[in-house]
Ligand binder design. Sequence first.
Ligand SMILES: [Zn+2]
Length: 257
Amino acid sequence: MTSKPLLTFQKMRRANTAATTDFVVAQISELIARGDLKPGDRLPPERDLATRIGISRPSLRAGLRSLIAMGILRARQGSGTYIAEGPPALDSEPLRMLAALHGFTYANMFEARRVIEQSVASMAAERATPEQLTTLAEELAEMYASLGDPQQYLIHDIRFHRAIGAASGNPILATLVEMVSGVMYERRRTTIGRAHDFTESLEKHREIYRAIRARRPEKARLAMQEHLTLAERAYDTEVERYGAESSNRGTNEKKRN
Ligand SMILES: [Zn+2]
């Protein structure tokens, strides 16, 4: 978290809102490309930055928001804006908006998950580090501890899948898993409250974990496929059982299918 006195920003000459947003994005991207800004670095305070770029603070904020949505920056409450660290992660917001706009169905999402996550699981079986295996085991333990609490269970379920994404060793695939699971989470948490028994789901996650730990790619792929097929069925049941009363979204999806 060093302060960065050497950062050089160009001053913007003429301003309209769209142009200022692009300008801020271009400036920050260039500083990153040059290596002047690195993961974990804090940006100068907003007032300072706005003056140096020669734009208003609202315009600056619009640019920063856009970089946050791209996963380049992270805002920390009360402490400023930082260059994102850790595994690359796109904010799920763009995908969420596309989902709303184009009416992605749940079936679309499960299909995409199967395509991505089956491969990711088999790669994780070949490449997971001991630390990544530990993370998976911890999430599994948390799922077990949350059997009576659907919301908590869902959070650890998603984290388990993201950890497999990371363990694939491919940051692009890991990012896709992050993004899709973010949208899944937003939708599922509205229906999960009425869910049933998670014992079978937990058992499937255990199978996936064991196959990855045992370095058995094909088994991991198959276990993931079975898990996602069962999860899709479980979601259908949640929507069918309670759909009319509280999940218009789910009902619409059914019509579109
Ligand atoms: Zn799962």
